[in-house]
Design a protein around this ligand. Structure first.
Ligand code: NAG
Ligand code: NAG
Ligand code: NAG
Ligand code: NAG
Length: 958
């Protein structure tokens, strides 16, 4: 049989996703037979085939393989002999059609059980791969082709449940239903639920190849596979497999390819190998496989590819791995491997790809490295490697990508060693303790042309000269160095046609050496110069710009109208500069991509632009931060059309408006910070019955002029604050839009939400906020009435500040349910009654303040309450207890179930309260809520840009 010959003769290609490679194999088989022109044929089979042809249209987009062509075009009724037709193979003795290869034939249309295809009863090999059957089900009539040994329906837009009838095809040795998915979204079209995988394969014991990648299988891997002794390839990539992988499968005597990668819920471990194995490729990456690599792994001495990236393997990498002399790809990244790289790796001379990134590997980079002359990609980033980078690296003349970032490598590094490595295009050395030395002052023709260069945190004090000769750079990262002064003119001439990303943030740059600056890079997408000392006007990027971050500089002047034309602008961050003037109002009209608008801490004035006023414009806006400026007027009502909006921060401006109840229906709004403006008036209860602000986590209305009773309807609809369930402890951020998360994006620096919480007059800045945290601050207004019981339902509250209002009544017992509360400030109101004993249940970290009210009775004792000092309670004449060094009179110390309100002393006391308010503003306590988080933020800066970008990249390539 041609087929099995083929299968035996052609070792499977090393890159498994090459569906097309497999098609090519089959094509070769059939083609070799097409030469033996058949003397006879079956007329009925010719007409079945012609009818089959007629049931489709030819569409070149139906096939993805570049060499695809419509084979059926030359089928016609003049040459009745179908045995001579392209893709058709006949038995040389009987003349029956026994093989049909219509792979990559540009067929488009539906197929069902009525198709004449299923009348070709003698057929043994059938490939319809790489066509578009328009989401048809696999027809049950396939069961009529009971002689099939080879069936390939991959990549053809088949949809729905895989029919039970396939399990009747007992003769099958090759079965490929893979890649019936949406190539853009990876949505799987086929599923194997009923029958399950186990049932389907029960009788297919002759299988040599089973290729089911990208089918939604959602079950365990059947143990019965360990009886399939003929099995050579088992490919189940991304099938939503779960449970434990049957270890016996590793021991199948003929197994060559085992790929179960990208099944996160599949667990498993390596067995000990007692006999030599035929395995060529093992792909277990991105699964729950764990344990150690056994030292008997050297029995797999045919192995060419070992991929276990993104599993839970631990322990040392066994020395014996170095005996797998044929190995070309070794992917061990993102595990928990410890100890140094085994010296035996120097014998892996066939290696072209080695990844060990994101482990805990120690020791130095071994000088063996120079032996691996075929290596093209070497990724050792994010480990604990130390010592110098060995000179032998410069011998790796095929090396294309070298990533050593985020280790503890140190010492002086002669950078010129890289300049003669002609294949090297991507080099990442950032986040080590290296000191780079540049020798050649005038290096030109012979040197490497980089397209990706990460020299961040490399102790550079000036722009390295060699950059002036680089004309192919796409990404350049020099962040976190000590480059000071003006940016030299030649830097602005480097790689003007190619550069897409430039990150020179966190240096000591002062300017651009010229008056007005139009950035010269025509394809620039990311420009990050944040955290420098740049002065002068705002630089103007090209229209291609996506991320523009000039925050934390000293830029001045106005924002040019030219920014309105930048239709791909995604992040526009001008925060913390000296910019002034009005923000161009066209900014809101033009850009549909704008997602993060950060203008905080400048001197902008005038009314806020009407963003989202046109349908579609700025519809992706997620975060708008205008705080600490001089904006005037009202909040633009058009914001109610920014349906993606998650964060609104307008604190410290001069806005005068009523409460923006019209934002209540924004479905994603999590953060609303209006602190320190002129918002005023009674907040009306919402007009609509539906939940308002249901996703809100943070609301800060403090230091405004709100009056009246805060409507409890709002409190009861803050559903997000009632849940303490986390999505995995993420920081709240403007997540990048999915459609952007392709390779065109440079970094995935999500814009994290931040906020300031004022307690006892001290501002605490939260640079990141965990998604489970909730904060409510209504302080410094003129709210009246009682504190709503409903606050006790907001389980996720970390901080509740109602201080400095005119609240009356008692402290609700329900506040004792807020077990996550870390700060409670009710001071400077007119609260009366006793402090509820229930509050001792609160797990306060730090702040509790009920001072300056009309509270009475014994201060609760026990738990955290014993740690609060007098300042938490003072100014309440009727309170007594140890904290105030004031003994209670016997009568008031007996807890009374009914709080007794004490009469307000009148205006005179209110005046005193006000004065004290100013004095106490200087009192420092500072709350501890998430201080650790604030620290993380400082490091977040350090982790900006490149790191993230290549982590993303690495995630993709593995
Ligand atoms: C198959 O053909 C029969 C008769 O021509 C028709 O009634 C039936 O609907 C067809 N089935 C499908 C699935 O198209
Ligand atoms: C498998 O084969 C046995 C015996 O031929 C038969 O009874 C059974 O129904 C078959 N099972 C499937 C799932 O085809
Ligand atoms: C393997 O086959 C043997 C003999 O037919 C049978 O007893 C055993 O149950 C099978 N094992 C599995 C896991 O199906
Ligand atoms: C490399 O292979 C040779 C020959 O098999 C062997 O003698 C040597 O010990 C190996 N080197 C290391 C470091 O394992």
């Amino acid at each position: 049989m041609a087929l099995s010959l083929c299968l035996l003769a052609v070792l499977r290609g090393l890159v498994l996703k090459l569906l097309l490679f497999r098609i090519a194999v089959f094509t070769t088989c059939v083609a070799s037979h097409a030469h033996d022109v058949q003397p006879f044929f079956h007329d009925d089979e010719s007409s079945e085939l012609l009818q089959f042809k007629e049931s489709f249209v030819i569409a070149h987009t139906a096939s993805r393989y570049e060499a695809a062509y419509p084979k059926v075009l030359q089928w016609n009724s003049e040459t009745r002999n179908c045995c001579s037709w392209d893709g058709v193979e006949c038995d040389e003795h009987t003349g029956n059609v026994i093989g049909l290869d219509l792979s990559s034939s540009c067929l488009f249309g539906s197929i069902n059980s009525n198709s004449t295809l299923f009348n070709l009863r003698h057929i043994r090999m059938l490939s319809l791969a790489d066509n578009n059957f328009n989401h048809s089900q696999i027809p049950a009539a396939i069961t009529q082709l009971s002689g099939l040994t080879y069936l390939n329906l991959s990549g053809s837009y088949f949809c729905g449940q895989v029919p039970f009838e396939i399990s009747n095809l007992h003769m099958l040795t090759y079965l490929d239903l893979s890649h019936n998915y949406d190539p853009d979204t990876s949505e799987k079209f086929l599923q194997l639920k009923n029958p399950s995988l186990k049932t389907l394969v029960l009788n297919l014991t002759r299988l040599e190849v089973l290729y089911f990648s990208y089918i939604n299988i959602s079950s365990e891997v059947p143990h019965s596979f360990s009886n399939f002794t003929s099995l050579r390839w088992l490919l189940l990539e991304d099938c939503e497999l779960r449970g434990a992988f049957p270890t016996k499968i590793f021991h199948l005597p003929n197994l060559q390819v085992l790929v179960v990668k990208h099944n996160e819920n599949l667990s498993g471990h390596f067995p000990e190998f007692h006999e030599r194995s035929t395995l060529l490729e093992l792909g277990l990456g991105h699964t729950g496989f764990s344990g150690r690599l056994p030292s008997s792994i050297d029995k797999l001495d045919s192995l060419k590819i070992l991929g276990i990236t993104g599993c839970n393997f631990s322990g040392a990498i066994p020395h014996s791995l170095g005996k797998l002399a044929k190995i070309t790809e070794l992917r061990l990244g993102k595990n928990n491997f410890i100890d140094p790289i085994p010296s035996s790796f120097q014998n892996l001379t066939q290696l072209t790809f080695l990844n060990l990134y994101f482990n805990k590997i120690t020791g130095s980079i071994p000088p063996w490295l120079g032996n691996l002359t075929k290596i093209e990609v070497l990724l050792l980033s994010e480990n604990k490697l130390e010592g110098p980078i060995p000179q032998s690296v410069s011998k790796l003349m095929n090396l294309d990508e070298l990533n050593l970032c985020l280790n503890n490598l140190s010492g002086f590094l002669e950078f010129d060693m890289f300049l003669n490595m002609k294949s090297l295009t991507s080099l990442q050395l950032g986040y080590n303790n290296l000191s780079l030395v540049f020798r050649k002052t005038n290096t030109n023709a012979t040197m490497s042309k980089f397209n990706r260069l990460g020299l961040d945190f490399c102790n550079l004090t000036e722009f390295p000269n060699f950059l002036g000769y680089q004309n192919k750079l796409e990404w350049l990262d020099l962040a976190g160095n000590k480059i000071y002064g003006q940016i030299p003119k030649w830097v602005l001439n480097t790689s003007v046609d190619t550069l897409m990303g430039l990150n020179i943030s966190s240096n000591f740059l002062t300017g651009f050496n010229q008056k007005s600056i139009v950035l010269p890079w025509v394809n620039l997408r990311l420009f990050d110069v944040s955290y420098n000392m740049l002065q002068g006007p705002l630089p103007i990027p090209p229209l291609s710009i996506q991320e523009f971050d000039v925050s934390n500089n000293k830029l001045n002047g106005e924002v040019s109208h030219l920014f309105c034309n930048m239709s791909s602008l995604y992040e526009f961050n001008l925060s913390k500069n000296n910019l002034s003037g009005m923000v161009p109002h066209c900014l809101g009209n033009s850009s549909t991509s704008l997602s993060v608008l950060s203008l905080e801490n400048n001197s902008f004035h005038g009314v806020i632009p009407q963003i989202c006023s046109n349908s579609g414009s700025a519809s992706s806006l997620r975060l708008i931060d205008l705080s600490h400026n001089k904006f005037q007027g009202q909040l633009p009502r058009s914001w109610s059309y920014c349906m993606m909006l998650e964060g609104i921060v307008v604190s410290n401006n001069q806005l005068v408006d009523t409460f923006p109840s019209w934002l209540g229906s924004l479905p994603e709004l999590k953060l609303l910070v209006l602190h320190h403006n002129g918002f005023y008036g009674v907040i009306e209860k919402p007009k609509m019955d539906v939940d308002q602000f249901a996703k809100l986590h943070v609301i800060d209305l403090s230091s405004n002029n709100f009056t009246g009773v805060f409507p409890s309807h709002y409190i009861s609809s803050w559903n997000a604050m009632k849940s303490v369930e986390s999505n995995g402890w993420e920081y709240m951020s403007a997540k990048w839009n999915d459609s952007w998360s392709n390779n065109s994006r440079l970094s995935n620096t999500d814009s994290y939400y931040k906020m300031t919480i004022t307690s006892k007059g001290v501002d605490t800045i939260y640079q990141v906020i965990l998604d489970v945290f909730a904060f409510v601050d209504l302080s410094n207004n003129k709210f009246e009435g009682e504190i709503s019981d409903l606050f006790g339902k907001l389980k996720a509250l970390r901080s509740l500040n109602l201080s400095n209002n005119m609240l009356t009544g008692c402290i609700p017992l329900s506040l004792g349910n807020l077990t996550y509360l870390e700060s409670l400030d009710l001071s400077r109101n007119k609260l009366s009654g006793q402090i509820p004993q229930q509050l001792t249940q609160l797990g306060f970290v730090e702040t509790f303040n009920v001072s300056h009210n009309n509270l009475v009775g014994l201060i609760p004792q026990g738990n955290q309450f014993n740690t609060f000092d007098a300042s938490s309670f003072e100014g309440n004449r009727g309170l007594c207890g140890d904290q105030l060094f004031k003994k209670c009179a016997t009568s008031s110390s007996s807890p009374s179930p009914f709080p007794t309100a004490e009469k307000d002393d009148g205006d005179s006391e209110c005046l005193v309260k006000l004065v004290w308010g100013f004095v106490l503003a200087g009192y420092i306590s500072g709350i501890v809520v998430g201080v650790a988080l604030a620290d993380i933020m400082i490091n977040r800066r350090a982790l900006s840009g490149w790191l993230r970008s290549y982590l993303t990249k690495m995630g993709k390539r593995n």
